[in-house]
Design a binder for this molecule. Structure first.
Ligand code: GLN
Length: 467
């Protein structure tokens, strides 16, 4: 059941928060050995919270699964890394405080690519996650555990984080709704940082309405995050059913070119047509700097990551190597042992583009191109209310099929990373399935991108497309 449906049952006294938790644990025991979406869960502490749940609150009594890079007091926060395998969070992230204030119960720690670096959850050092629609395939990533659990009905809803697509891409692959809010809309305090100018927390849910409910709870200014915005939070549910009649929806030429799987394209176009049938006006637009998005992102994100991850030094957090020769050796050994290969690759890449002599050629230049990408969207939103696009060029690939060249994997982020570079909101909603060679129906997502702080209209359009 969706959050909305469960809330009705809770209010009518047909179920209890404890019964929901116990049912979830039953479902997890029945199926999650195959899917592998949970790294851990703590029923006892959740039941203690359930006993005091205030059902009059908007998310009263609803358990929400949390990606393992957000701090929940007293629970593990591994980031899918050996470095933090035994780390216990010393405080609640702001999103967790806000979920609790809305009556929700954080329950379950969801698998992810190590430090959110990846698109498949295969980069987790602590477990494997598969796609519930076909267990030989990836769930996507980096919020793969969050998406797979919602799709597998072992979680009602979840939080993920999105730096370059990590909410929307797994949502698309698993057939659930995933929303990346505008940069600054949701506090990042207590989210372990990957690339601070790109990271945003958002919901993964079974329905657009559930996404609106969770965004309502977690959005808003936070003095503890200097990049969070002091802007009023609209009532997202109030406009949810307003439809798309008269809205102008942009179709960016660059998102429908070569490289997109024909099956994915057909499903996305079908969904776009259904919005036109409901009265939206379709307008062809151009986002001319799209082709530079992947290169720009893979300079800026690793640069920020190399700085953010310097705090993992074997002294203050997590893994500490034994028998070091001296302090430098302690840093080196702890990092060598604690980080996996993709994280090391990013740190090396990021340190390189920031080093003197290369800073101007790579990092500064990437920042300039980032401005051009942002302007593409600003220009487009003078003409259209929102933009429609695919989320990923293809449906979920086979586990282990990435090949040895990481660039191929990076290129699959082509449709999601521009939204992070521009700081705008974007949502992925299920829009159909494609039949794989081996006879499985694999979900495909439609992406809707909106202007900065335009979440209300985004959700409204998503609701119409979902219908
Ligand atoms: N796939 C992208 C990366 O590997 C995005 C990850 C994310 O959004 N956290 O960096």
């Amino acid at each position: 059941m969706t959050i909305t449906q469960l809330r009705q049952q809770l209010i009518a006294g047909e179920t209890t928060p404890a019964a929901i938790l116990e049912k979830l644990v039953e479902e997890i025991s029945a199926r999650d050995n195959l899917t592998g979406s949970y790294l851990s869960h703590d029923l006892a502490s959740a039941l203690a919270e359930a006993a005091n749940a205030d059902l009059s609150l908007p998310l009263g009594g609803i358990p929400i699964a949390i990606k393992d890079n957000m701090n929940v007091l007293g629970q593990p926060c591994t980031c899918g890394s050996k470095f933090l395998e035994n780390y216990i969070a010393p405080y609640d992230a702001t999103v967790i405080k806000k979920l609790r204030a809305a009556g929700a119960i954080p329950f379950g720690r969801m698998n992810q690519d190590e430090f959110a670096m990846g698109s498949s959850t295969e980069n987790s050092a602590l477990g494997k996650t598969s796609n519930p629609h076909d267990h030989t395939r990836i769930a996507g990533g980096s919020s793969g555990g969050s998406a797979a659990a919602v799709a597998d009905r072992t979680a009602i809803a979840a939080l993920g984080s999105d730096t370059g697509g990590s909410i929307r891409q797994p949502a698309s692959h698993c057939g659930v709704v995933g929303l990346k809010p505008s940069y600054g809309r949701v506090s990042r305090y207590g989210l372990v940082a990957f690339a601070s100018s790109l990271d945003q927390i958002g919901p993964l849910t079974q329905s657009v309405e559930d996404a609106a409910l969770i965004l309502q709870a977690i959005a808003g200014f936070d003095p503890a995050d200097s990049t969070s915005l002091d802007a009023p939070v609209p009532d997202y549910l109030a406009t949810l059913n307003n439809g798309v009649r008269g809205l102008r929806l942009g179709i960016p030429r660059e998102y429908f070119g070569e490289g997109i799987d024909p099956g994915v394209r057909t499903q996305v176009e079908k969904s776009i047509q259904s919005l036109a049938d409901q009265g939206a006006e379709l307008i062809e637009i151009s986002l001319p700097h799209t082709e530079y998005a992947v290169a720009t992102y893979y300079v800026i994100a690793p640069a920020e990551a190399s700085s953010n991850l310097s705090r993992f030094d074997g002294i203050r957090y997590g893994h500490r190597a034994s028998n070091p020769a001296d302090i430098l050796d302690l840093y080196k050994k702890s990092r060598e042992q604690g980080f996996g290969p993709e994280v090391k690759r990013r740190i090396i890449l990021g340190t390189y583009v920031l080093s003197s002599g290369y800073y101007d050629a790579y990092y500064s230049r990437a920042q300039k191109v980032r401005t051009l990408i942002r302007r593409d969207f600003e220009n487009a939103f003078k003409k259209v209310d929102a933009i429609l696009a695919p989320v990923v060029p293809s449906s979920a690939r086979k586990i282990g099929a990435a090949g040895a060249d990481p660039l191929q994997e990076y290129l699959s982020d082509i449709f999601t990373i521009a939204a992070n570079l521009a700081g705008i909101p974007a949502i992925s909603i299920p829009c159909g399935t494609v039949l794989s060679d081996d006879g499985k129906n694999l979900p495909v997502g439609l992406q809707i991108l909106g202007p900065h702080l335009g979440e209300a209209k985004l959700l409204q359009i998503a609701k119409a497309a979902e219908a």
